[in-house]
Design a protein around this ligand. Structure first.
Ligand code: BYC
Length: 387
C-alpha cells in the first residue's frame, strides 16, 4: 500500500491504532485539545508535534549545560565573536544578556517583527467571519483561534523587545510600510469555507515553517515558537475539521470547500518566500541557525504533508502536475507565481490597503486604553515610591 493510502486508511478507520495515535498526541502536546477529535486524524501532524516536544526538551537540556561562562566575563572584540560562534555552533541559546553581532540582532528584529505583524494582521481575514459563523460551536472555535493569534503577536513583540526595540517603534514601522507582514493576509475571505482553507492550508504552512524555528539559536524566539506551535496545531485541525464537514455536506457545500482550496493553494505555497536562489537572507540566517531549513525545503515538506491530507479530505489540490514521485519519496508540484508574490509583498495585493487601514483605525481607537494603562502604572509607581 502506498504511504499516502496507508495514512488515509488509518485516518478514516476507527481502529484502535488511530485511537492510540490520538492519545499519544494528547500526551505530547498537553494543551492542543486533540483528545476530543473523534472523526478524523490529520496525517503528518503528529510528526511535527513530536518535533516541537523534542525542541522543548533540547531547550531545557541546553539551559542545564554549562556554557563555560555567560559571556559577561569574556573580554572584548574577537573573543566575544568567538564566544558567540561557539554558543551557536554548540546549539546553545543566545540570550538577551549575551553579546551578538549587530547584523544578527537586526536580522532577528526584522524576522520576528514581520512574524508578529503577520499574526496581528492575520486576525482580520478570519475575523471577517466571526459574526456569520454557522453555529455556536463554530463561532466559539473561531473566536478562540483569532484570540490565539493576538496572543501569538504579543509573545513575538515581547521577544523582539528583548533585542532593544519598542513595540511602539515596531507598530510605527508596520503602519508606515517599513516592515512587512505575510503576503497571505492580503487575500480576501469570500465564503465561510475560506475559514477552513486558512486553517488547513495557511496554518498548515505556518506550522511547517515554524516548527523548525522552535530550534532557533535565539532563546526568547525559540521559547515563543514552542508555545505558538502547540496552539497552531489546534488551528490547523479546526480548519481541516471544517473542510471535512463541508466536503461531506451538500453539493453546494462541497463546491464551496473546493473553491476555497482552489483560491488558497498557490498563495499558501508562496508564503514560504522566494525560491532559494532568490532568497536574500537565507544563507546568513541559516548560518546563524535562525532559519533551520531553506524556503524550498519547507515548501516541499508542506506539499508532501498536504497532498496526503487532501486525499483524506476528498478535495483536490488545483495542480494537474501533482503526483507522488516514488524514487525521491516526494510529491511533484507546480511552483506558485513568484511574480505575484513580489507584487503582493510590495503593496499591490487585493487587500493590502484595507488591511493597513483597518490596523491603523484599531490602533488609533486603542490609544485611550494604552494611555490609561500607562497612567495607572505611573500612579502605582509613585505610590510604591512614597510607601
Ligand atoms: N510575505 O530572503 P527571504 C501565521 C520577504 S503568520 C511577505 O527568503 P527570509 C498566521 C522577506 O521578508 C505566519 N514577505 O526572507 C497568522 C524579504 O524581504 P525583506 C507568518 C515575504 O526572511 C494568522 C524578502 O521577501 N510566519 O501563521 O529569509 C492566521 C526576501 O525573502 C514573504 C512567519 O513570519 C512572504 N510570504 O524568509 C493564520 C515565519 N516571503 O525583509 C496564520 C517567520 C519572503 O528583506 N518568518 N518575504 O524586506 C520566516 O520564516 C521568514 O521570514 C520567511 C522569509 C520564510 C517568511
Amino acid at each position: 500500500m502506498a504511504a499516502a493510502h496507508r495514512v488515509a486508511a488509518i485516518a478514516v478507520s476507527g481502529s484502535p491504532g488511530r485511537r492510540d495515535v490520538l492519545q499519544n498526541l494528547a500526551a505530547v502536546t498537553g494543551c492542543c485539545n486533540t483528545g476530543g477529535m473523534e472523526r478524523q486524524e490529520v496525517p503528518g501532524a503528529s510528526g511535527l508535534l513530536s518535533e516541537v516536544a523534542a525542541a522543548e526538551a533540547e531547550l531545557r537540556a541546553a539551559a542545564d549545560r554549562d556554557r563555560g561562562g555567560d559571556g559577561a566575563g569574556v573580554a572584548a572584540g574577537d573573543e566575544l565573536a568567538a564566544y558567540f560562534d561557539e554558543v551557536v555552533g554548540a546549539d546553545q541559546k543566545i540570550e538577551p544578556r549575551d553579546w551578538m553581532p549587530e547584523a544578527y540582532r537586526k536580522g532577528l528584529v526584522r524576522q520576528i517583527a514581520q512574524h508578529a505583524h503577520s499574526e496581528i494582521i492575520g486576525m482580520q481575514p478570519e475575523g471577517n467571519w466571526l459574526s456569520r459563523a454557522p453555529s455556536l460551536a463554530r463561532k466559539a472555535i473561531l473566536l478562540a483561534k483569532v484570540q490565539d493569534e493576538a496572543g501569538h503577536g504579543l509573545y513575538l513583540y515581547a521577544a523582539a523587545e528583548t533585542l532593544g526595540v519598542s513595540r511602539a517603534e515596531l507598530f510605527d514601522k508596520l503602519l508606515s510600510g517599513r516592515q512587512k507582514y505575510s503576503s497571505i493576509f492580503n487575500y480576501p475571505t469570500l465564503t465561510w469555507a475560506d475559514v477552513g482553507a486558512i486553517g488547513w492550508l495557511v496554518d498548515g504552512a505556518a506550522i511547517v515553517n515554524q516548527v523548525p524555528l522552535c530550534r532557533c539559536s535565539y532563546g526568547p524566539y525559540a521559547r515563543a515558537m514552542i508555545r505558538i506551535c502547540k496552539e497552531e496545531s489546534f488551528h490547523q485541525r479546526q480548519g481541516f475539521d471544517l473542510l471535512y464537514t463541508l466536503a461531506r455536506g451538500t453539493d453546494e457545500q462541497r463546491a464551496m470547500a473546493q473553491d476555497a482550496v482552489d483560491r488558497w493553494w498557490y498563495p499558501s505555497l508562496a508564503m514560504f518566500g522566494p525560491p532559494d536562489a532568490e532568497s536574500t537572507h537565507s544563507t546568513q540566517s541559516m548560518a546563524w541557525k535562525i532559519k533551520r531549513f531553506s524556503n524550498d525545503e519547507l515548501r516541499q515538506k508542506f506539499v508532501d504533508m498536504t497532498a496526503q491530507q487532501a486525499e483524506v479530505l476528498g478535495l483536490n489540490l488545483p495542480d494537474e502536475a501533482l503526483g507522488y514521485d516514488q524514487p525521491s519519496g516526494h510529491w511533484r508540484y507546480t511552483q506558485p507565481d513568484f511574480g505575484e508574490l513580489m507584487r503582493v509583498i510590495s503593496g499591490d495585493g487585493p487587500c493590502n490597503r484595507q488591511r493597513i487601514e483597518h490596523r491603523r483605525r484599531a490602533h488609533d481607537d486603542g490609544a485611550w486604553v494604552r494611555d490609561s494603562a500607562a497612567a495607572y502604572a505611573a500612579k502605582q509607581r509613585t505610590r510604591k515610591a512614597a510607601a
